[in-house]
Design a protein around this ligand. Structure first.
Ligand code: 13P
Length: 256
């Protein structure tokens, strides 16, 4: 077994001082807990520099929540993958359901962003997941299949091998309605089947697939112990140092 990954998606939360306090608390707690899981924090853009300034590779890495589809130039308000890479940012969340829904990011746009990330050596954390009506009408596999294929399967094997996938059922995000361990296990296994069909068994086995959606210190251990669940993408619970570290520790129990 390999190290699990726990990534905190702070979304659009916290003031500068709150973000600073959270980073300090995280550093203290990580120093003490020394989780073996790989820890990534994904703050909003204004706090990225602070996070990378404090970053110690052995404690945590820093990811962005979005990147521009463009290289550089006259695109007011955009932040490029190259800018982030030049600040020691290592990861980038892409395809999050909130960006698909509120910012109309479709498969075509996400393909461009995935390419941008990889061209700038950022590791995409590529999110997929069905809505509640899609789950209830039995379309969840079809939806996730489309998202994985359209967003990622244009990549060659070497490029694809760098990508992390996060299965985040939309109905579980911020609702307290976590997927059951079986639902998570089944979807992770399905995602791996898709990868195996396209890139072969070795790549499918090696791909990190995280679970996200109302994951917290109460349910992390059970979810992370499911076969094929390589860690978590954590929203609300990543804004409290103690809670987040507890999740990181639970991911670490599953290592090796
Ligand atoms: P919650 O953990 O708040 O449900 O959010 C999950 C998520 O969207 C992480 O990207």
């Amino acid at each position: 077994m390999r190290k699990k990954i726990v990534a905190g998606n702070w979304k659009m939360n916290l003031s500068f001082h709150e973000a600073e306090a959270l980073i300090h608390n995280l550093m203290d707690e990580l120093e003490e807990a020394k989780p073996t899981a790989e820890v990534i924090i994904c703050p909003s853009f204004p706090f990225i520099e602070m996070a990378t300034d404090y970053m110690e590779e052995h404690l945590f890495k820093v990811g962005a929540q979005n990147i521009s589809p463009f290289d550089s130039g006259a695109y007011t308000g955009e932040v490029s993958a190259a800018m982030l890479a030049s600040m020691d940012v290592t990861h980038c969340i892409l395809g999050h359901s909130e960006r698909r829904k509120y910012f109309n990011e479709d498969d075509k746009m996400l393909t461009i962003k995935v390419n941008q990330a990889l061209a700038n050596k950022l590791i995409p954390i590529f999110c997929v997941g069905e809505s509640l009506p899609e789950r209830e009408s039995g379309k969840h596999l079809e939806v996730v299949r489309r998202q994985v294929r359209h967003g990622l399967f244009h990549l060659d094997t070497d490029e694809f091998a760098k990508v992390i996938i996060a299965y985040e059922p939309v109905w579980a995000i911020g609702t307290g309605m976590t997927a059951t361990p079986e639902q998570a296990k089944d979807m992770h296994s399905y995602i791996r089947t898709l990868i195996a069909e396209r890139y072969g068994d070795e790549v499918a086995k090696a791909t990190m697939v995280l679970y996200g959606g109302s994951c917290n210190s109460e349910n992390a251990l059970e979810i992370f112990s499911q076969e094929g669940v390589d860690g978590g993408l954590i929203g609300g619970a990543s804004l409290k140092a103690e809670e987040f570290i507890s999740i990181c520790k639970q991911a670490s129990i599953q290592d090796v």
